[in-house]
Write a protein that binds this ligand. Structure first.
Ligand code: DUC
Ligand code: ZN
Ligand code: ZN
Ligand code: ZN
Length: 484
């Protein structure tokens, strides 16, 4: 069976033009005028764009004594409802566990996905087995991106010696390093002090993680990545200090990318001072929401290109789960949702306001990350031969975001009451229509794992500036005798 998307305007990261798009066996087979197919989807008045790729989600993630409540089924269903056709989740090995054993658990969970997905591997501990496993994870499993937590002391956090060892190994294997950049030692100290002084409410979470802890850790990771010569992707960049470090690194020719979240772009720290405990706790995530100046910095980064990708860090907990932290903010499970809302919120606050062009919107929601992850043009493009992961985007369609109508399994939405303009008319995952004029037709298990190869990027722009390269012995003629 063939499907044709008729009368739309194709919008990619670099082109806008009127054309029909023909799909055969899940792949785009022709783009041009007057195409015919067995099934016709009317895209009159709509943009035909690459489906969104969310490179930062945590589905059914074991975390802070519980599991995040959206799994691969509800999470990918939420994504598709909002025009996202691929997600990348983080595989988290337990302490001492081999990377392949951890992957078995992630392989099991992900069989329920409604759309294609890939994994990043997290380096949660360091030792010979991790060092060894990294090679086969990259070469046999097609997972080239490795995340390091500089926060969550006593749980996921790695120290600088481990970070440097892992970055060196990744440089050798052609992988990409990722960091959650917050100084975990400082966060732990500030948390203990706040709690001791009786600041136990959700706003304490924001006080315990000021922007400086993120700026410091981002700078540190950038410098260590430069010494190791590994490209670095900084997840959830939320503040000017971190953005400044990324901007400076990029201007120096370093291979560093920054990823703001839609939450940090559109919601601010005032949410934590809401009188309703549940309201504030539902918005506890790390890094926390920031003030308007930081938001301006993130938008400027997207507009100028110093920040590359908009993600969600989708990690949804129910109100009941959040309430484990009553009386101690450090026990509130960290995380917010956003998979269904990322594209409509970014269109509304980015394109409708004139900050981003539709082409830039496609770049930061899909194409840039497909290139970084090396799955372009299979993903992130509208090209003959590419997977038909597409969204037919209706820029006139509007709604008010409400938890009562969302796909996510949780009982609230951090964007509740926000009015959005710009929504999917159709979402297609490898040619299958998953959203049809607002009606959800997802198919559990349709999603396939996307393996990726190293893309050959290195972080060596400054190598000729380095004063010292490899250590070398110096042949000395005069060595003073000791004790003289
Ligand atoms: N931050 C969150 O808020 N949740 C999941 C993990 C993270 O880094
Ligand atoms: Zn993180
Ligand atoms: Zn995360
Ligand atoms: Zn809004």
């Amino acid at each position: 069976m063939t499907t044709v998307i008729k009368n739309g305007t194709v919008v990619t990261a670099d082109l806008t033009y009127d054309a029909d798009v023909l799909i055969e066996n899940g792949v785009i087979s022709e783009i041009g005028p007057n195409l015919k197919g067995d099934e016709e989807l009317d895209a009159t008045g709509c943009y035909v764009m690459p489906g969104g790729i969310d490179p930062h989600v945590h589905l059914e993630m074991p975390f802070m004594g519980t599991y995040s409540s959206d799994d691969f089924e509800s999470g990918t269903r939420a994504g598709l409802a909002g025009g996202t056709t691929m997600v990348v989740d983080f595989c988290l090995p337990n302490q001492g566990e081999g990377l392949h054993d951890a992957l078995k658990r992630w392989d099991n969970k992900s069989t329920r996905a409604n759309c294609d997905y890939s994994f990043h591997m997290a380096v949660t501990w360091w030792g010979e087995q991790v060092f060894n496993d990294m090679k086969s994870v990259i070469e046999d499993r097609g997972i080239t991106t490795f995340k390091h937590f500089l926060a969550y002391k006593g749980a996921l956090m790695v120290n600088d010696d481990e970070l440097f060892a892992s970055f060196n190994r990744l440089a050798e294997l052609g992988g990409i390093a990722m960091v959650h950049a917050e100084n975990g030692d400082v966060v732990a100290e500030m948390t203990a002090k706040l709690l001791a002084e009786g600041n136990t409410g959700p706003e304490g979470h924001a006080y315990s993680r000021p922007s400086q802890v993120e700026g410091e850790a981002t700078n540190r990771a950038i410098m260590i990545a430069d010494m190791a010569g590994v490209p670095l992707y900084v997840v959830h960049t939320s503040c000017e200090e971190a953005h400044e470090a990324i901007r400076r690194a990029r201007m120096q020719g370093k291979r560093v990318w920054g990823e703001p979240l839609i939450q940090h772009l559109t919601l601010d720290e005032s949410e934590y001072f809401n009188k309703d405990w549940d309201h504030a706790a539902r918005r506890v995530m790390s890094p926390p929401f920031r003030n308007k100046q930081h938001q301006d910095s993130l938008w400027a980064g997207l507009m100028s290109g110093s920040l590359s990708v908009v993600a969600t860090d989708h990690c949804a907990f129910t109100t009941e789960q959040k309430r484990t932290g009553i009386g101690d903010f450090s026990k509130i499970p960290n995380g917010t949702g956003g998979l269904e809302d990322r594209l409509p919120m970014l269109w509304t606050h980015g394109v409708e306001t004139g900050r981003l062009t539709p082409n830039e919107f496609v770049a930061v929601t899909s194409t840039n990350i497909a290139k970084i992850l090396n799955c372009y043009p299979k993903k992130g493009s509208v090209l003959v031969g590419a997977d038909a992961d597409l969204v037919v985007w209706d820029p006139k369609k509007e709604k008010t975001i409400q938890a009562s109508t969302q796909q996510s399994a949780i009982d609230y939405n951090v964007f509740e009451g926000h009015h959005v303009k710009g929504l999917p008319r159709f979402t297609l995952t490898r040619g299958q229509v998953a959203v049809h004029d607002g009606e959800i037709r997802t198919q559990e298990g349709h999603g396939k794992f996307v393996a990726r190869e190293p893309n050959g990027t290195v972080n060596k722009a400054l190598s000729t500036w380095k004063d010292l390269t490899a250590p070398r012995p110096v042949e000395r003629t005069g060595i003073p005798a000791t004790g003289v």
